[in-house]
Design a protein around this ligand. Structure first.
Ligand SMILES: O=C[C@H](O)[C@H](O)COP(=O)(O)O
Ligand SMILES: C=C(OP(=O)(O)O)C(=O)O
Length: 450
C-alpha cells in the first residue's frame, strides 16, 4: 500500500463541517495542527489488505459461519505498554478463543480492544472530589489520570504518544501471534500460572487435554502441525478522536479507497453515533470493518439508516451492530431491531456487549458490574436470536489478563467488599482472567445449545 497523506487529508476530513461530540478542547490549537501534520507523516499501523481480511472474516460472522471474540481493556494506559500486561491480555483472549472454538465447534475471529483503545467518551465533562472540580479524565490520549489541574488539561502531544504506544503494542502482539507463542500446541502453557488457583483454570486444563488429544490425532492422520503455529489476530478501538483517526486515514493504492490505518476495525460508540454528526460521516468515508454500539434507545429506523449510510453496497462484513442494552432491556428492545434489519435484506453481524448496559456504583463508590448481569445479557441476546432464527455473532467484552477485583461474582467469586483490593481500571470495571474464562465456557454452552 502506498501512503498518500495529501489525498487523505482532504477526503478523510469531511467530518470537520459537522458537530463532533466528546472531542477534547485543546487550549493550543497551533500545537494540535503541528501534531496532526506529524501524525499524517507517520507510517500506517495496519495495512488496508489486513482490514479487508478482517472484513472477509466478519462476513463469515454475519452469515452465521463464525463467531467474533472481541475483548480487551476499557482504557489502555501508556504505562501499561509492558510485555507482561500485553501477554496476559493476549493469553486470556487465546484461552477464551480455544474454549469457544473447541467447546462450541465454531471458527472464532479474534479481535483485541488493543493497540489504540486510549480514548474514553464520558458521561460528564467534569469530576468533583472533596469540593474540587476538574475536567474529567478522557483517556491517556487526551489528558492525565492524576487529579490535578495541570494533568487534566488536554495535550495534543499525547496523540503522538498514543500512536507510539499502539505501534509498540501491535508489534509485540504480532510477535506473539506469529512467533510461536500462540501455537495451539501451547494450549497448556497459557494456563500454567493459573490452573491450580481457580475453578475455571481447572476446567480449562481439562479442555486443553482434549485439544491435545485432538491435535495428536490430527497429526497421526497427516495434518501438518505447522498449521497450528500462528493465529490470526486483529486490532480494534473506538474511533473517538477524529483528529487522530483522520490523520491516520490513507488512500489504498490498490483500490483508491480510504482506510483508517490506526486499527483493523474501529467502532463508533453509543455517545457519538448521531446520524448527522461527525463520527458517522467519518466512518462512512473509510473502508475498514465498522462497529456501531447500539444502546437501549436505538430505534429500528436508526439501525436501518446506519446500514444506508455505512453499508450502502450491502457488503457482509462491513457493518457490525454491537448491542449494549442492559440485561433488563435486551429481551424487550432487541427483537424489533433484528426483525426490521433482517427484513431489509441487509446482512450485518450482531454482537453482544454485555458490559456497558450493566454498570452500577457500589456503596464503596467503585463503579462495578455483576458477572450474573453480564451473563444474563448474553443469555437474552442468544434467546432473541434463537426466537428469530438469526445468528448470535459474537461477544464484545472489557477484560484484562490481570487478577483484578473490578466486577463482582464469577466462579472464583469476587464480593463487593473485595473491590478495593485490586481495582486498577482507569475507567470502567473489567472481567479478570478467571471471570473471562467462566464467560467463555458459558457462552460456548449457549452457542452449542443454539
Ligand atoms: O467505557 C465507556 C465510557 O467511557 C464510560 O462508561 C463512561 O463512564 P462515565 O459514566 O464514568 O463517564
Ligand atoms: C464507551 C464504550 O462503550 P459505549 O459506547 O457502548 O458506552 C466502550 O466500549 O468503551
Amino acid at each position: 500500500m502506498t501512503v498518500n497523506a495529501k489525498t487523505s487529508a482532504s477526503a478523510g476530513n469531511t467530518w470537520r463541517n459537522l458537530p463532533a461530540a466528546q472531542q477534547p478542547e485543546y487550549p493550543d490549537t497551533e500545537a494540535l495542527r503541528a501534531v496532526i501534520a506529524d501524525l499524517e507523516s507517520y507510517p500506517p499501523l495496519v495495512f488496508a489488505g489486513e482490514c479487508d481480511q478482517l472484513r472477509a472474516r466478519m462476513a463469515a460472522v454475519a452469515k452465521g459461519e463464525a463467531f467474533l471474540l472481541q475483548g480487551g481493556d476499557c482504557a489502555e494506559a501508556f504505562d501499561g505498554v509492558s510485555a507482561d500486561q500485553i501477554r496476559n491480555k493476549l493469553k486470556t483472549l487465546l484461552q477464551m478463543g480455544a474454549v469457544l472454538t473447541y467447546a462450541a465447534s465454531v471458527p472464532v475471529v479474534k479481535v483485541g480492544r488493543i493497540a489504540g483503545q486510549y480514548s474514553k467518551p464520558r458521561s460528564k465533562p467534569n469530576e468533583t472530589r472533596d469540593g474540587v472540580t476538574l475536567p474529567v479524565y478522557r483517556g491517556d490520549s487526551v489528558n492525565g489520570f492524576d487529579f490535578t489541574p495541570e494533568s487534566r488539561i488536554p495535550d495534543p502531544e499525547r496523540l503522538k504518544r498514543m500512536y507510539h504506544a499502539s505501534a509498540s503494542t501491535l508489534n509485540l502482539v504480532r510477535a506473539f501471534t506469529t512467533g510461536g507463542y500462540a501455537d495451539l500446541r501451547q494450549v497448556h502453557a497459557w494456563n500454567q500460572d493459573f490452573v491450580r488457583s481457580s475453578p475455571s483454570g481447572q476446567r480449562y486444563e481439562q479442555l486443553a487435554r482434549e485439544i491435545d488429544n485432538a491435535l495428536h490425532f490430527m497429526h497421526a492422520c497427516g495434518v501438518d502441525p505447522e498449521e497450528f503455529k500462528t493465529v490470526e489476530f486483529f486490532s480494534s478501538h473506538e474511533a473517538l478522536l477524529l483528529d487522530y483517526e483522520s490523520a491516520l486515514t490513507r488512500v489504498d493504492s490498490r483500490t483508491g479507497r480510504l482506510y483508517d490505518v490506526s486499527a483493523h476495525m474501529v467502532w463508533i460508540g453509543e455517545r457519538t453515533r448521531q446520524l448527522d454528526h461527525a463520527h458517522i460521516e467519518f466512518a462512512s468515508r473509510i473502508s475498514n470493518p465498522i462497529g456501531i454500539k447500539l444502546g437501549p434507545t436505538t430505534t429500528a429506523e436508526e439501525a436501518l439508516q446506519y446500514i444506508e449510510r455505512l453499508d450502502p453496497e450491502r457488503e457482509p462484513g462491513r457493518l457490525t451492530f454491537i448491542v449494549r442494552m442492559g440485561a433488563d432491556k435486551v429481551r424487550d428492545k432487541l427483537p424489533e431491531l433484528v426483525e426490521k434489519v433482517t427484513a431489509s435484506g441487509a446482512t450485518v453481524a450482531w454482537v453482544t456487549d454485555p458490559m456497558h448496559g450493566n454498570t452500577f456504583e457500589a456503596a464503596s463508590g467503585h463503579k462495578t458490574r455483576r458477572f450474573d448481569d453480564v451473563l444474563d445479557e448474553v443469555k437474552g441476546f442468544f434467546e432473541v436470536h434463537k426466537a428469530l432464527g438469526t445468528h448470535p455473532g459474537g461477544i464484545h467484552v472489557e477484560l484484562t489478563g490481570d487478577d483484578v477485583t473490578e466486577c463482582v461474582g464469577g466462579g472464583d467469586e469476587i464480593f463487593v467488599d473485595d473491590l478495593h483490593q485490586r481495582y486498577e481500571t482507569a475507567c470502567d470495571p473489567r472481567l479478570n482472567r478467571s471471570q473471562s474464562l467462566d464467560l467463555a465456557f458459558l457462552v460456548a454452552e449457549m452457542y452449542r445449545d443454539q
